[in-house]
Design a binder for this molecule. Structure first.
Ligand SMILES: Cc1cc2nc3c(=O)[nH]c(=O)nc-3n(C[C@H](O)[C@H](O)[C@H](O)COP(=O)(O)O)c2cc1C
Length: 193
């Protein structure tokens, strides 16, 4: 299996308006591949505009916020490049789509990395941030998972939150949990937490 870089991708609408979404970019041979599901703004934009920016951040609140619909994260323009980066990015990559592999549900946009730039130091791995990332991905797939699977995954991830989260990670965790609980309420799934 190839390495997947979990990041926040900026794509551009046909009018040039930036759109940000969490995405896993797949590193395969000399390509980084964006594989957004249909339908999504990211997919629509990539089909129109071949330049994108990947922002690498350790702020779990941004991943959590984006999956609960908080989109107003500050962006910073990049000189000579149309798609801005997250202002909070530790680093960013500028990518160009070279070719597209069409697919009914999940086309693959094969990109070349044109430039990578660092902005702040990376201060190490953290289990709670990884747990928020896992929960955020899970929160985008709730209708595909059984209530038991959702329950057991969250119970496991909660351990890393309890042991290693700082304030930002707790805030991020609460955002994702609120989304999951809301889904359970609507789907009439008993809440056991
Ligand atoms: C860490 C993370 C990685 C994700 N990776 C993908 C991905 O590779 N492909 C995808 O379609 N959705 C992925 N998602 C879900 C999208 O962010 C989500 O579907 C989002 O709404 C994109 O839709 P939009 O472009 O309309 O905003 C990921 C979510 C998270 C939290």
């Amino acid at each position: 299996m190839p390495l997947i870089h979990e990041c926040v991708v900026t794509t551009l609408s046909p009018e040039g308006r930036p759109h940000i979404a969490p995405l896993g970019l797949i590193e395969e041979d000399d390509y980084w591949i964006a594989a957004p599901f249909r339908p999504s703004s990211t997919l629509f934009n990539l089909a129109q505009h071949p330049k994108l920016t990947a922002s690498f951040t350790d702020d779990a609140r941004i991943f959590a916020g984006l999956v609960v619909g908080r989109r107003n994260w500050p962006l910073t323009d990049i000189e000579g490049w149309p798609a801005p980066r997250l202002s909070a990015a530790l680093a960013h990559a500028q990518l160009v789509v070279i070719r597209v592999e069409e697919h009914e549900s999940r086309p693959r946009f094969f990109c070349r990395v044109k430039r990578i730039e660092s902005h702040r130091p990376f201060l190490g791995m953290n289990r709670a941030r990884a747990a928020v990332l896992e929960a955020a991905i899970l929160a985008t797939r709730l209708d595909m998972l059984s209530p038991e699977k959702i329950e057991s995954e969250i119970a496991y991830l909660q351990i890393a939150i309890d042991k290693t989260a700082g304030e930002a990670e707790r805030e991020a965790w609460e955002m994702v949990i609120a989304k999951i609980e809301g889904y359970k309420d609507r789907a009439k799934i008993p809440v056991t937490r």
